[in-house]
Design a protein around this ligand. Structure first.
Ligand SMILES: Cc1cc2nc3c(=O)[nH]c(=O)nc-3n(C[C@H](O)[C@H](O)[C@H](O)COP(=O)(O)OP(=O)(O)OC[C@H]3O[C@@H](n4cnc5c(N)ncnc54)[C@H](O)[C@@H]3O)c2cc1C
Length: 327
């Protein structure tokens, strides 16, 4: 439908949309509803399950544009971009949103370039003002918040996870399967290595993140944080100092050159709070810092601070949370 608010689906590669799509579709539905338009999802996948399609409707999509073909997985921007650009050319959506994930960051930038449209990356607030959409996004490592709007449609934006209200209470979405001319690939997948699962939630989607820095003194000590994370149902992240030391893989790094997170609760252990680290976590709802140095900069932005030795504090917290949560 012309003027619709699209959400590009990020899925779990098993036929279901990721939880973060509830937030993207929730925001798209809210804005579309206020503008008398509808929210629609665009899903490129090699397999879509009926449950996954139902879920998109419940989160607010009135229609799902489903491109289901083996060529769409694994994701390659060169294959996805012309397909979605062609549909956008025909359907003229008012807006196109996607969550901030590794592939959507790349895909949305390419799609914006193809459509000659503007992109607000990593948006944290979206408001309709006088018939225009205005996005707020952190700039200069989160030191400033910039407000921006678009000169032309589609208004394109990636939305930061854990910031927007999830959509619910929607109904069944109609499913359209448009024909797609799939471009010949110029890149070939040579090998795919599946990372071993930690059994903990995904870092950017987790509601609670327990993070460790150089204060942990070695890779073997991350187990202390993993125990706490298991009890709290949290993900474990790290500072760049810990990643550069080879204690954690780069995908766990939080900050300017790592992941951006916005959990309900962030617990930082032995992290000083350098500006580049804050850039990746300062929009967390509640920040708790554990550091033995009372002058550590992280205490300036923390809601709660514990001045103490993390090797004493972390096991105590694990014990207390275990008792509390098991009740
Ligand atoms: C271009 C650029 C990009 C960068 N990108 C990132 C990024 O994405 N993410 C990132 O994190 N950093 C990034 N950095 C690095 C950043 O500037 C800091 O060097 C880094 O964040 C420091 O990590 P840290 O806090 O773990 O270590 P440190 O600054 O060394 O802090 C360790 C803290 O642990 C405390 N401590 C020590 N022992 C204990 C204990 N037993 N109990 C409790 N507390 C203890 C100390 O008091 C100290 O505050 C970037 C830097 C540059 C220049």
């Amino acid at each position: 439908m012309a003027g619709a608010y699209w959400s590009i689906v990020e899925d779990d590669r098993q036929g279901a949309p990721k939880k973060v799509m509830a937030e993207v579709l929730g925001e798209a539905s809210r804005l579309a509803g206020a503008a008398g338009a509808q929210a629609e999802a665009v899903w490129l996948t090699d397999k879509a399950t009926p449950e996954g399609l139902k879920q998109l409707g419940e989160w607010g999509a009135k229609r799902v544009w489903l491109f289901e073909n083996a060529a769409f997985a694994p994701y390659r921007a060169e294959v996805w971009t012309p397909v979605v650009a062609e549909l956008a050319g025909k359907e003229t959506p008012q807006a196109i949103f996607a969550p901030v994930t590794t592939r959507q960051r790349e895909f949305m930038a390419r799609l914006a370039a193809r459509l000659g449209a503007g992109l607000s990356a990593d948006s944290t607030v979206m408001t309709a003002e006088g018939g225009k959409l205005v996005a707020t996004r952190p700039v200069y490592a989160g030191k400033l918040l910039a407000k921006m709007t678009w000169a032309k449609t589609p208004w394109m934006a990636t939305l930061r996870p854990n910031v927007f209200r999830p959509g619910d209470g929607g109904g069944a979405a109609t499913v359209e399967k448009p024909a797609a001319s799939i471009p010949t690939e110029t890149m070939k997948l040579v090998e795919r290595k599946q990372e071993a699962s930690t059994g903990l939630p995904e870092l950017t989607e987790a509601e609670i993140v327990v993070s460790g820095g150089r204060g942990l003194k070695g890779p073997e000590n991350f187990v202390i944080l993993e125990e706490l994370a298991k009890v709290m149902g949290a993900a474990v992240g790290a500072s760049r100092a810990a990643v550069d030391a080879g204690w954690r893989p780069h995908r766990f790094q939080i900050g300017q050159t790592g992941r951006t997170i916005s959990p309900k609760l962030y617990l930082g252990f032995g992290i000083s709070g350098a500006i580049q680290h804050l850039a990746g976590m300062r929009t967390s709802k509640v920040i708790c810092a554990i550091n033995k140095d009372p002058e550590a900069p992280i205490f300036k932005i923390a809601d709660y601070g514990i001045v103490g030795d993390l090797f004493e504090v972390a096991p105590l917290l694990t014990k207390e949370f275990k008792q509390l949560l098991e009740k």
